[in-house]
Design a protein around this ligand. Structure first.
Ligand SMILES: NC(=O)c1ccc[n+]([C@@H]2O[C@H](COP(=O)([O-])OP(=O)(O)OC[C@H]3O[C@@H](n4cnc5c(N)ncnc54)[C@H](OP(=O)(O)O)[C@@H]3O)[C@@H](O)[C@H]2O)c1
Length: 284
């Protein structure tokens, strides 16, 4: 098991397949997928592996990453992205183990649904650490590796999963709205800063995605409250729906940049307008 405490001269995994690179050459591309221990990140790691990518799967829970590695060949690297030393160790290990063609930053989440006046400083701090500061830290450490891959193989990718909460405020969303909006602004600024380099910067902003842990963690482990978020909603998005969009963005020709893709379930026309109950065709 690789992790932040490891020496960098660890196993280099073999590759499953190759995909067409920029200019028609065939190269195996390697993606670093964060948040790979559950939900959207795990689904993305699986999907990229199935599409021939080499994947480095990053999160804190080593046991879940190991199970994913055994099943899919996505190489597990346990790291807490809020810890500078962990991300530094990840970057060192990556530099010695192969190229990095894509940073797919999915790790993050929400904590709490309180009104702003009742907000818990610890929860707000967690959201800014996990969604914003970790993203900056990853970019700072991995950009030199992405540049190296872009120089040799034509282009590289950065892709960030923000949220529709970055676009529209809602009651009880203050901390998450603020953190995801900050992350989205970071992404937009990064795209400007990388202008002129063959490095894509994509933002995927999902609406309601029914994953096992997102609402549970947000609502302090209250299963009933977490379930009720999806009450009566016909077909919330799944983690695989988002993974599919991510894979499309990464596999698109290297000159095509999906700047911002907002993805919602059909039942959610807007942050404030969610149909509960079966969708039905209006008569007449
Ligand atoms: N589900 C939704 O409705 C929805 C909608 C819009 C956007 N999003 C965003 O999509 C992303 C994934 O959401 P999800 O639904 O898949 O939630 P999830 O299942 O709770 O996944 C969160 C992932 O982030 C990892 N993570 C959290 N803190 C970390 C840290 N300090 N260091 C390393 N990894 C960390 C977790 O792994 P460990 O606990 O093992 O570290 C986990 O793999 C989040 O950024 C979320 O804000 C979700």
């Amino acid at each position: 098991m690789r992790g932040a405490g490891d020496n960098a001269s660890d196993t280099v995994r073999n590759t499953l397949g190759t995909v067409p690179g920029y200019g028609g050459t065939m190269v195996t591309r390697r993606a670093v997928v964060t948040g790979a221990s559950s939900g959207i990140g795990e689904a993305t790691a699986r999907m990229l592996r199935a599409r021939g990518w080499d994947v480095v799967a990053v999160a804190r829970r080593a046991d879940r990453l190991q199970a994913l590695e055994a099943e899919t060949g996505a190489v597990a690297f346990a790291a807490d992205l809020t810890v500078e030393g962990d991300v530094d160790a990840l970057a060192v290990w990556l530099a010695e183990s192969g190229p990095v063609h894509a940073l797919v930053q999915i790790a993050g989440g929400a904590r709490g649904a309180d009104r702003i006046e009742d907000g818990d400083a610890e929860q707000w701090r967690w959201m800014f650490e996990a969604n914003v500061l970790s993203t900056q830290r990853l970019v700072a450490h991995l950009l030199p590796l992405l540049r190296r891959a872009a120089a040799s193989d034509g282009h590289a990718d950065t892709l960030f999963v923000t949220s529709t909460a970055a676009q529209t405020a809602y009651q009880g969303g203050g901390g998450y709205n603020a953190a995801k909006a900050a992350e989205a602004m970071l992404v937009k600024a990064l795209r400007l800063e990388l202008n002129g380099e063959p490095i894509r910067v994509s933002e995927i902003a999902p609406g309601m995605v029914r994953t096992e842990e997102f609402s549970l963690r947000r609502l302090g482990g209250d299963t009933a409250a977490a379930e009720s978020v999806y009450d009566g909603v016909e077909n919330p998005l799944t983690a695989e729906d988002i993974a599919d969009v991510i894979a499309y963005a990464l596999d698109a020709p290297g000159h095509v940049n999906l700047d911002l893709v907002t993805v919602r379930p059909v039942a959610q026309s807007a942050q404030h307008l969610l149909a509960r109950g079966p969708l039905h065709v209006r008569e007449g």
